[in-house]
Design a protein around this ligand. Structure first.
Ligand SMILES: [Zn+2]
Length: 106
């Protein structure tokens, strides 16, 4: 009986941990895209429309690949390409215009 309760607690704990991580991920994604969803002046949702997109450049960044090895010298660095662009938005409601810099992984 006690083993059953222990398993039950472990499952509940893992599920809540997964929900917390998932919540943080969604919140992060939302924060990154907030400028293209909400107008910063009148705070209206879904009124911004894209006017122009200007590519600023492409750059490479190194990411360590996390392996379960104990020696960090053995973990490799993977190079990832990123594209940086400047997007201009205009609000359909109040006419406010603003720039938004977006970094996209290629
Ligand atoms: Zn607006």
């Amino acid at each position: 009986m006690l083993d059953f309760i222990k398993d039950y607690i472990a499952i509940i704990f893992n599920l809540s941990l997964l929900l917390i991580i998932g919540g943080f991920y969604l919140f992060d994604q939302f924060n990154k895209n907030i400028d293209s969803i909400v107008c910063p002046k009148c705070n209206n949702w879904h009124t911004p429309e894209k006017i122009s997109e200007n590519q600023l450049g492409i750059f490479r960044k190194g990411h360590p690949t996390y392996s379960f090895r104990l020696d960090p010298r053995l973990s490799e660095v993977k190079m990832v390409w990123y594209e940086k662009s400047e997007i201009q938005y205009r609000c359909k409601n109040c006419g406010h215009e603003w720039l938004f810099t977006k970094v996209r992984r290629l």
